[in-house]
Design a protein around this ligand. Structure first.
Ligand SMILES: [Zn+2]
Length: 481
């Protein structure tokens, strides 16, 4: 029997429990670092399965690891469960309509409620299989908090959490199925708050006595917007005002804050760009006679691909096939596609190796494994990047939402509890669990993946993108209490 044939019946039998886990986390969406409910639900299931749980990994209250098995290699599955702010949306509704039962106002616009459930399902199924067959091998599930612009895994990595792992597997729900090489690399990033402090004054009577922190923040943004002409095309900089200095135009604002995200293809390129942004902040403070305090909150590396693992994952994916959507799934997806630009849907189909005019709205196929010399660049980021520099790592994208559904939108949230999303959970779990079993039963495969990783990191050593003394925000908050 193949690894897929060994594991698929078990995953099918376990699936309803993990579909419900995802639904429960969708129902109570929690933001980065605050995923206590999601964490306790994951831990309860892991303990029920006989996993030994270690809480507070890296001192972070919503980070944990759960392990089962003995001897053999240590295979890790990475899970996430954080939501995004302000994306409350009614399940299944193809029009923008906040969910009346949502008590937090947040929403799972990136499908992390599915991601955690699918990875835990894979870990549980593989651990059960090893136990039943008396096979050696340790299976470890990582509950990773704060993926969304917060780099939870980078802080866990900096604490040494992944140092003893032989290989790591994960997945992400998406608008099409594929492996890393078909779906592209991602960008390294850093995020920081720039807080300007000036002097308050009456804006009409004594403006000469005031020093505007808002002016400084605005000048910083102007400076950065001019910087864009002189940076690499693939780099990205975005910002949001987190404090615009108050709501009274007749007060010279004494405080203002802008929150920046800086992305580039590699950690060194990102750090160079970040330093230029920080220099512009200093220039803005100088221009306005204010001061600026910079708080770096997190950063993560780009993903280091591993071709051996990609090929192994792809072979498993070919055997499993695409996500088995039916006519009802396609019909529900069509309702969402009706709201997207036709060009975007055609582009998404072509990216999955289909004809632009294919009548399907959900990807149920398997694209070819792409050429590693021509990896497309995904301009997003993932803290899976830092894990990938420490241990050979691979991830599959499993189709969960309609073609053209943008990440981080209400349309993504609305599709998060539909049968199609549940099918993606079981599909991804089958592929990554079976690939994990291959790594355990074929030592030469794991050895080849590790040799490739050693060669890659010898040629380009890992640069941890966060300073040694930088603590995760919840650790900083706990220390301040
Ligand atoms: Zn995500």
């Amino acid at each position: 029997m193949t690894s897929v044939q060994e594991l698929k019946p078990l995953i099918d039998a376990l699936s309803p429990t993990y579909h419900k886990l995802g639904d429960d986390i969708w129902d109570l969406p929690q933001l980065r670092w605050e995923e206590q409910d999601a964490t306790s639900r994951h831990i309860a299931l892991a303990e029920q399965e006989g996993f030994t749980v270690t809480r507070d990994v890296g001192g972070i209250p919503t980070a944990f690891q759960a392990e089962k098995g003995s001897g053999g290699p240590l295979i890790a599955f990475l899970g996430e469960y954080d939501a995004l702010a302000g994306l409350s949306q009614e399940s299944g509704a193809a029009v923008c309509r906040p969910d009346p039962d949502n008590t937090t106002g947040h929403g799972h616009g990136c499908g992390h409620h599915l991601l955690g459930a699918g990875s835990l399902l894979a870990a549980v199924a593989l651990a059960r299989h090893l136990e039943a067959k008396g096979l050696p091998g340790r299976i470890r599930y990582y509950g990773c908090p704060a993926e969304e612009a917060a780099a939870g895994k980078t802080f866990m990595a900096a604490a040494g959490a992944f140092d003893d792992v032989d290989a790591a597997l994960t997945w992400h729900p998406a608008g099409g199925t594929g492996t890393q090489s078909t779906q592209g690399r991602c960008l390294a990033y850093a995020q920081a708050r720039f807080r300007f402090t000036g002097v308050a004054s009456h804006a009409g009577v004594s403006p000469h006595l005031g020093r505007s922190a808002l002016d400084a923040a605005e000048l910083m943004n102007v400076g950065v917007n001019f910087l864009r002409e002189h940076m690499a095309d693939s780099s990205r900089i975005h910002y949001a005002f987190t404090d615009a200095g108050g709501t009274s135009p007749n007060v010279v604002p004494a405080a203002a804050e802008v929150y920046y995200l800086v992305r580039a293809e590699t950690v060194p390129e990102m750090q160079e760009l970040y330093d230029r942004v920080a220099a512009i902040a200093q220039g803005a403070a100088l221009m306005t006679s204010t001061t600026v305090a910079v708080t770096l909150e997190g950063a993560s590396a780009e993903i280091l691909p591993n071709r051996v693992l990609e090929e192994a994952l792809h072979a498993t994916l070919v055997e499993v096939g695409g996500v088995p959507f039916d006519a009802a799934d396609q019909e529900r997806a069509a309702a969402f596609c009706a709201g997207f630009a036709a060009e975007e849907i055609r582009r998404a189909r072509v990216a999955c190796g289909m004809s632009a005019e294919d009548p399907k709205y959900l990807h149920d196929g398997v694209p070819e494994l792409g050429d590693p010399a021509h990896r497309p660049l995904n301009k997003g980021s993932s803290d899976v990047g830092d894990v990938s520099w420490i241990t050979p790592t691979v991830q599959i994208l499993s189709s969960a939402v309609a073609f053209g559904t943008p990440w981080h939108t209400w349309q993504y949230v609305a599709q998060g509890k539909l049968p199609a999303a549940h099918k993606a959970v079981s599909h991804a779990a089958t592929v990554i669990a079976a690939t994990g079993l291959e790594l355990i039963t074929r030592p030469e495969l794991l050895a080849a993946a590790r040799a490739e990783h050693a060669a890659s990191t010898a040629a380009t050593p890992y640069v941890c993108p966060i300073p040694k003394d930088l603590l995760a925000p919840p650790v900083v908050r706990a220390a301040a209490r």
